[in-house]
Design a binder for this molecule. Sequence first.
Ligand SMILES: *[C@@H]1O[C@H](CO)[C@@H](O)[C@H](O)[C@H]1NC(C)=O
Ligand SMILES: *[C@@H]1O[C@H](CO)[C@@H](O)[C@H](O)[C@H]1NC(C)=O
Ligand SMILES: *[C@@H]1O[C@H](CO)[C@@H](O)[C@H](O)[C@H]1NC(C)=O
Length: 298
Amino acid sequence: MSVLPRFLVPLAIFLSLLPSVMAQGSNCQSHEFWYDKTACCVPKHVPQSPSRPPPGKSCPTSDTETWYWSDNKSCCLPNAPPPPSKPTPTCQNGHSWNVNEGCCSAPPPSGPQSCSNDQFWYQPKNTCLPKGGPPNRPQPPVGRQCPQVGWYWDVGSKCCLPYHRNQPPPQCPSGWEWNSSSHHNHCQLIPTPPSPQPLKPSYYRHMQRRQKLRVDTLCPNEMTACPIYGIHGPSDYECIDPMHELQSCGGCSSTGTGQDCTAIRGAWNVGCEAGHCAVYNCMRGYKLARNGSACIPL
Ligand SMILES: *[C@@H]1O[C@H](CO)[C@@H](O)[C@H](O)[C@H]1NC(C)=O
Ligand SMILES: *[C@@H]1O[C@H](CO)[C@@H](O)[C@H](O)[C@H]1NC(C)=O
Ligand SMILES: *[C@@H]1O[C@H](CO)[C@@H](O)[C@H](O)[C@H]1NC(C)=O
């Protein structure tokens, strides 16, 4: 495109801007509408048997639209776009509309006596929590984790919560540290130190002569030496952190003790979390497996 007739220029500019203008709403299909609160397309029909909201939460009542609880989004969804004036949804049973959580919720509990039998009082957050945790366990977002023993990710409060009243102290996976500042309890990545020096060839020859030397003493703490195979067998080693190495997650992918998360069929965004591949989302034509570690062709 070298010369564009003058009168076509404004049109070309207009067309180039169009996709960004239309991105939000027009990506929705005809049976869906764009819902600002969840920033996604929401179906216009109410599912046949929507789940009950968790204890202490309920969905608004309205003459103009029907609200239902969505497990997927952990909030209430309407079956039609709320009116442009966006009045505060009406709640019942003494509940009030909770903007942050996108649902109606009971007034904040004031102490242990506000918890029901299947709940316990969690002082750090001044709230009642379900004993044993909630039925569904959403994955924390990228960059967050919960200690693998005793804690789960809570979408509503965006932090890790304990299953029981007397929880052992939180233990984050290696490479992660506990952050409890302003009660935003979660594990976060420890800023990475400079990456280890690649092994020098002389070191490698030395190792070959002393075959007894254990391969895993070649690398600094927490790192594993993975053989890199050439035509004549192992020709070099690399140090990897099997807890977080995307292409050798859980161990060396070259020896089959670990997995190459980038090789998961249909996966789009993947991570290696505590030595297990975590698929965050799948390519078009696939859906995320329930266990979060595979993509299933649709
Ligand atoms: C929840 O999300 C999955 C995948 O995005 C979808 O297939 C499923 O229909 C959704 N469930 C409900 C009840 O909306
Ligand atoms: C802890 O997490 C909070 C919330 O994400 C963040 O603002 C804060 O900087 C973190 N604290 C540390 C010490 O990294
Ligand atoms: C996860 O689910 C997929 C499909 O259901 C299955 O093939 C795979 O073995 C599962 N992985 C784990 C670690 O459970």
